[in-house]
Write a protein that binds this ligand. Structure first.
Ligand code: ADP
Ligand code: ASP
Ligand code: MG
Length: 457
């Protein structure tokens, strides 16, 4: 069997859903499980209406919900015949009525808890999966909806819930296994799940890729296909640098680093289930299905190019911690990281000197509380709106002179922090957020002027 995951732009309207359905039809003999995201931009809109309601703005929340309702009605009308539409319209109407009721409740209380936010946001994938299952049936594909909440079992950390692998394996096999044997295509929403007690959760933004990989591992898939709106993983974000090239093959390790440091095309956790069962992942373009995309496997072939790709992650805060009483006495770092741990604040890049430590975090939310806890041992300063830039490639291992080339190519762009060595496959540094496009273009020009045709398209 195979898993086929379709992202937001691949299910954004009736035309996109029909296109994705034809791609599935071409692979029916390989027994696909289809995982879908919410229609493009819907997750952001649901979050916006939840926030509006939480701030007490009932009218704004309901207006946003009405726009979403209209979009789903219109798409369903275009996809389904009159009889099927009439039935499906009732389903949609009921779903949106409950959502509106929920928004009124949130506005009345004037507070949006993470648990309620997950519930609001879950509508994106709940609706898109229902719509795709109905559309696939209307197009003659033997398919059936699977409720993600019965398969994707997670812990209770709302908005970033952790999937419970053994439970997911067992449930996917029990629910989807017999469907596949009967020649039926299971259609399931990504990103959303539930605790064992049935409380709605979500597994983090962009998490549908991760859902697809978890189901693939549970069912021992031959391949996990991630269908998106670009030809695969590229040498950098094509929106920033139109010269970006498609990477033909990349290793799990390289893909994970790139995803973690900002290549939005793949959720960073996607490779974990794939590694566990050694299942290849292929990133493909639903708007250009003939293209072979990017293959992600355990070991990528040797390449003559130094780097595979460049990624950037914005919204980074630099935290400078200066020891107040003593120079870096032993135990200082332990105390320091204990405080970050207490607030579940994860640190990405670290640089130390005799008297201070600089770190980056991707959320500044907990920093005032962290600074207060550290008051006795250190002064804490932080600076927002930075970006981590990361160049990834297994070829940099033991190659001299690479860092000099990187910083030479950057020219007059100011670098605030540098880190190399942790994984041996990346060079990472921190710059001002505003400098990202120029930095990426300069680096891309330097390192990808003549890329190895074996590895890049
Ligand atoms: P989906 O909705 O299909 O999950 P995403 O928007 O999450 O799609 O990811 C696809 C987008 O990721 C692309 O449109 C592209 O702009 C962006 N992107 C960022 N870095 C890269 C990269 N290195 N390769 C390809 N796409 C990238
Ligand atoms: N719809 C979710 C999001 O926008 C999950 C996903 O698309 O992967 O984050
Ligand atoms: Mg995505």
């Amino acid at each position: 069997m195979i898993v086929m995951k379709f992202g937001g732009t691949s299910v954004m309207d009736a035309t996109a859903i029909q296109r994705s359905c034809s791609i599935v039809q071409g692979r029916l003999d390989r027994k696909p499980v289809v995982v879908v995201s919410a229609m493009a931009k819907v997750t952001d809109q649901l979050l916006a209406m939840g926030r509006a309601a939480g701030a007490g703005d009932r009218e704004q929340a309901l207006q946003l919900s009405q726009a979403l309702r209209d979009r789903h009605y219109k798409t369903a009308r275009e996809l389904l015949g009159p009889a099927a539409y009439e039935q499906f319209h009732c389903t949609l109407e009921q779903e949106f009525d409950v959502l509106d009721e929920l928004l009124r409740g949130i506005a009345a209380v004037g507070e949006l808890s993470p648990r309620t936010s997950d519930y609001v946001v879950s509508y994106g994938e709940r609706l898109s999966s229902k719509m795709c299952a109905a559309a696939f049936s209307a197009m003659g594909v033997n398919s059936a909806l699977v409720d993600a909440r019965e398969v994707m079992i997670t812990d209770g950390q709302h908005t970033k819930a952790v999937p419970q692998i053994e439970e997911i394996d067992a449930r996917a096999q029990a629910i989807m296994g017999p469907m596949l044997e009967a020649g039926c295509v299971p259609v399931v929403g990504g990103f959303i799940g539930a605790t064992k007690d049935g409380v709605q959760t979500t597994i983090g933004r962009g998490g549908s890729d991760y859902s697809a990989a978890l189901f693939g591992a549970a069912l021992n898939a031959e391949v996990i296909e991630i269908w998106t709106d670009v030809d695969g993983m590229m040498t950098t974000d094509p929106r920033i640098c139109p010269e970006a090239r498609r990477i033909k093959v990349i290793s799990f390790e390289e893909a994970a680093e790139l995803a973690y440091f900002g290549a939005k095309v793949l959720h960073p956790a996607t490779v974990l289930p794939a590694i566990r069962k050694n299942i290849p992942v292929r990133v493909l373009n639903s708007h250009n299905p003939a293209n072979e995309g990017t293959l992600i496997v355990a070991r990528a072939p040797h390449s003559r190019s130094v780097f595979k790709a460049i990624a950037a992650k914005k919204g980074i805060t630099i935290v400078d911690v200066c020891a107040t009483q003593m120079l870096m006495a032993h135990g200082f770092l332990r105390q320091l990281f204990e405080v970050f741990d207490r607030y579940r604040c994860s640190v990405d890049v670290v640089a130390t000197s005799e008297v201070s430590v600089s770190m980056t975090v991707d959320s500044a939310q907990a920093l005032p509380r962290i600074a207060a806890d550290l008051q006795k041992i250190a002064d804490v300063h932080f600076k927002e709106r930075n970006a981590i830039v990361c160049l990834v490639g297994e070829n940099i291992r033991e190659k001299p002179g690479i860092a000099a080339q990187v910083f030479g190519a950057l020219g007059d762009i100011n670098v605030c922090m540098i880190s190399q060595g942790a994984s041996e496959i990346n060079i990472t540094f921190v710059i001002d957020e505003a400098d990202v496009p120029e930095a990426i273009r300069r680096l891309h020009k330097h390192f990808f002027a003549a890329p190895d045709p074996e590895v890049f398209d």
